[in-house]
Design a protein around this ligand. Sequence first.
Ligand code: EPZ
Length: 424
Amino acid sequence: MNEHRNSQRLIVAGGRKLQGEIAVQGAKNSVLPLLAATVLCKGTAVLHNCPKLTDADAAFRILDCLGCKCEREKSVVTVNGEAMCNNQVPDGVIQEMRSSIVFLGAILGRCGNCRWSTPGGCELGARPIDYHLEAFRQMGVEVENDAGFMNCTAPKGIQGARISLPFPSVGATENIMLAAVTANGSTEIHNAAREPEIVDLANFLRKCGAKISGEGSSTIAIEGVKELYGAEHTVIPDRIVTATYMCCAAITRGELLLTKTKQDDLSPILPVFERIGCSVYTYSDDKIYINARKPLSSPKKIVTHVHPGFPTDAQALLMALTTVLPGTTIFEENIFECRYKHAGELGRLGAKINVKERVAVVEGVKRLSGAAVKSTDLRGGAALVVAGLAAEGVTKIGNIHHIDRGYESIEDALHSVGANIKRS
Ligand code: EPZ
């Protein structure tokens, strides 16, 4: 199966204006910490709007290894965390997905000890976890590195602590929250991440009985409780997938109605589309209409920041769009050390992009030409789909397993609004 999946390609014939309606999937970066949180719960948790993604499947495999019973019925996932009977997960299962590290906080919160495979880097760079481990040490966890594993023990149990993060890391904030909700005493997280996925996790944990406040701000306060009980929760919409489909509408000069989305989470992104010249209408909080029939031009500069700044995950997607917008666009990537790998592949389609360290300069060209390209990572792969929709001729995109990590049947969604795209 793996070989077959890795040999699959997306074949895109460019030139079609997109028109129609797409219902946006649940957020990958929310469902992963939510699934980890079910480990802490007695009884059963029910998560609605769970997207069908290979990263979600990897999380289910981790839960299965722990002994938690997982069931999926369409987009509804049920997890019985109480059934957990093991705190060891095979190295190979952990290594399938870098963000499996978020299970460590939950397992420590549940059992107080764990031997966990040290996550490697990924396409975006080293991806260190020093902020996570330093916070756990402050919470009474002893971490010993042992041949690629971390032996984590808490002789006196997990203790609440006052933690100041050197950087508002999303994963570290989530891991600390998961370890703190059933810790002895209170925890304060200073310089916490403010992303919508943090707020979603806090909302779910509170439904399960956690005492937590301040989520969405830079200071989160948590008072440890004895037990959590599984609750019912709906995963927030995926703001990066929303931005992806908006780029698809814009690059094809089409119009799309995006439903089941959440405009509040898009506040850093929507103004960029308006600066480009798109007409963007938001109504009833969960619907966004984008029309790109007017002449478009470069947004001039896009600088990525932590939330509520422009999200790093949308950088590749907007870069694909700007390759065919008149004018020069300067990108500044401030979150990851090498998040421009897609620039080379976009160049194979005729894009003019000059990368120097954290800055990429895009000179808009009149047209792109279809070619064979390879996904370099999740969002870089999606960027090639965006570009392929506008490129003259056929674009063949390989390594699409990267895309399947975060997009639920991207070809079906785009085909339903007029794109000539298929998986082969
Ligand atoms: C989450 O990754 C997301 N992944 C990423 O989305 C997203 O790009 C990132 O947050 C930033 O928003 C998930 O939620 C599963 P960080 P995470 O810790 O938690 C450095 C996608 O495309 N750092 O906020 O790993 C780190 O190297 C993915 O959906 C340390 O130095 O991101 C990076 O430069 C890609 N030490 C910066 O902080 C640490 O201990 C931000 O990382 C932790 C992080």
